[in-house]
Ligand binder design. Structure first.
Ligand code: GNR
Ligand code: NI
Length: 170
């Protein structure tokens, strides 16, 4: 297994739209395992392929307390079951160090393929619903900072660019 590099905002590669996965094969399963390892190491509760510079519609997550419930979603499709907004303090491994309140539909259904290529569906509320919507946004080139004011987004962008310059200099 190997740790993958996570792209950081404002990297334009985070803005690409991911392509549907055509074949669930061993190569894809290796990517899933590497993404899970990268997510747990970060540590994070979810990771989309876009964040590791792979333009495939694939995400992994584990919202359990014990970090013992890894899940993979291939070609995920979200259907809103309850559009009533729910606010959650979101963060993102691609926007390190920043958290802010984002409103999203409170209940969804997701249909996807699992790591064996088998279709499955589940209904989600709470943190699972938040995380799934956050990850599918990544696959469409969208970040949680896009829901914030232009001013906040600009401030986060400038700070992250400044951090990056300092890292290069040191
Ligand atoms: O680790 C993560 N935590 C998190 C917290 C609140 C809302 C969403 C998330 S997802 C994030 C990992 C990540 O960036 N996934 O794309
Ligand atoms: Ni994220």
């Amino acid at each position: 297994m190997s740790l993958l590099t996570i792209l950081e905002y404002p990297d334009l590669r985070l803005r690409k739209r991911a392509e549907r996965v055509e074949a669930v094969d061993d190569e894809l399963r290796t990517l899933i395992d590497d993404m899970l390892e990268t997510m747990y190491a970060a540590p994070g509760i979810g990771l989309a392929a876009t964040q590791v510079n792979v333009q495939k519609r694939l995400l992994v997550l584990d919202v359990s307390e014990e970090n013992d419930s890894p899940m993979a979603f291939i070609n995920p499709e979200i259907e809103v079951l309850d559009p009533e907004p729910m606010g959650y303090e979101e963060g993102c491994l691609s926007v390190p160090g920043y958290f802010d309140l984002v409103q999203r539909p409170r209940k969804i259904r997701v249909r996807a393929l699992d790591r064996d290529g088998m279709p499955f569906e589940l209904e989600a509320e709470g943190i699972l619903a938040v995380c799934l919507q956050h990850e599918v946004d990544h696959l469409d080139g969208k970040l949680f900072v896009d829901y914030l004011s232009i001013l906040k987004r600009q401030r986060i962008k400038n700070k992250l660019l400044k951090d990056k310059k300092q890292n290069l200099a040191s």
